[in-house]
Ligand binder design. Structure first.
Ligand code: NAD
Ligand code: TDX
Length: 332
């Protein structure tokens, strides 16, 4: 695969993936990104100019998507509206980008017979109880809770149908919660790190006991590359790194890192329909494709991420004020 099109490559995980590909492959990369509020062109500026092109465009526009898909060997599809809280405020962009956008990519891949990898989330499976020994597997029934996760579930179903009905050469991955550099300050970990950097307090929704299964974005990237190179067409692979922590444990680790008291937390209004727990069983990916995460220890990955936000304090600054103003209107 010499030419790879990365949709959403100016976003958090997409840009980490582009960096990963520049380090670990010889491929030429084209990023197709609408540069919404969630994108950061700065995440791509340090990359070699001869390896990466940026095309600013909408994945829901067939005129933009079809010629681009046709001239690449593979498409890795990250572009999405990605934030649950925004989807509760206004679901419409989630339907357009996540469903119509994925449909547009699929039609383009069908017409040009281009290999496609579709990036999705474990949230399509709904949630688990805190005391449930089960984790999500590739056989867990779909049961999404929010407009965001329902739109991602819809996109996964479209991909499966295009594989079965039209023979599109696609794979799907469903990954757990990512952390790492370049994540927008609206998301849990960067929001709390930047609150503490600013001398404020972390904001925990509800009782703070909801569990997420954390994975570093670079480990997500290595898993997606492995599936792109060796995954079986039509298969779904779950990606996770055994990183279950409740939200309170995460903010306690952040506060301790800055030498602040573990009780310096604001408990704020809970998210509507807030999923209780996500947990991934990634045995299929590990056994079939020999993948393993590089960051075994969430706390050391978190320390690296905190160091990155301290070193790049100016980067998230313009978005921080608008993000906090949005949360304030919701009592969060
Ligand atoms: P993000 O919001 O940081 O980035 C999304 C990118 O897509 C942005 O650069 C944005 O400009 C672009 N985009 C949005 N609408 C577009 C459109 N219509 N056309 C072209 N580009 C558009 O998201 P992220 O957290 O990096 O997530 C990337 C993908 O990974 C998503 O598909 C998401 O569902 C999936 N995922 C995320 C996580 C996570 O923890 N963040 C976990 C599992 C799966
Ligand atoms: O200020 C906060 N306080 C808080 O307690 C925020 C922003 C979040 N939370 C909680 C809600 C969740 O239990 O933290 C947890 C993580 O929240 P988010 O960062 O919003 O992530 P989540 O809703 O779990 O979804 C993320 O992982 C799956 C990504 O945003 C999705 O794109 C991905 O599919």
């Amino acid at each position: 695969m010499n030419r790879i099109l990365v949709t959403g490559g100016a976003g958090f995980i997409g840009s980490n993936f582009v960096h990963h590909l520049v380090r670990h492959t010889d491929a030429h990369l084209t990023v197709l990104d609408l540069l919404t509020y969630a994108a950061s062109e700065a995440s791509l500026t340090e990359l070699p100019q001869d390896r990466v092109d940026l095309v600013v465009g909408d994945i829901a526009e067939a005129d933009v998507v079809e010629p681009l898909v046709a001239e690449h060997d593979a498409v890795v599809h990250f572009a999405a509206e990605s934030h649950n809280d925004n989807s509760l405020d206004d679901p419409s962009p989630f339907i357009r980008t996540n469903i119509i956008g994925t449909f547009t990519i699929l039609e383009a891949a069908r017409k040009s017979d281009t290999r496609l990898h579709h990036v999705s989330t474990d949230e399509v499976y709904g949630d688990l109880e805190l005391d449930d020994p089960k984790r999500f597997t590739e056989d867990t029934p779909y049961n999404p809770s929010s407009p965001y996760s329902a739109s991602k579930a819809g996109s996964d179903h479209l991909v499966r149908a295009w594989v079965r009905s039209f023979g599109v050469r696609a794979t799907i991955s469903n990954c757990s919660n990512n952390y790492g550099p370049w994540q927008h300050v609206e998301k849990f970990i960067p929001r709390q790190i930047t609150n503490v950097i600013d001398g404020g307090r972390p904001k925990l929704y509800g009782d703070g006991l909801n569990v997420r299964d954390w994975i570093h974005a670079d480990d997500h990237s290595s898993a997606v590359l492995r599936i792109l190179q060796r995954g079986r067409i039509g298969e779904t692979y779950l990606i996770g790194a055994d990183g279950e922590r409740n939200n309170r444990q995460v903010v306690t680790a952040i506060l301790e890192h800055f030498g602040r008291g573990a009780d310096e937390i604001d408990f704020v209004r809970d998210r509507a329909g807030h999923d209780r727990r996500y947990a991934i069983e990634s045995g299929k990916l590990r056994a079939e494709l020999g993948w393993a995460p590089r960051f075994h220890d969430f706390e050391s990955g978190l320390a690296d991420t905190i160091a990155w936000y301290v070193a790049h304090e100016d980067w998230g600054r313009p978005a921080k004020a608008a993000t906090e103003a949005f949360y304030a209107t919701k009592g969060q």
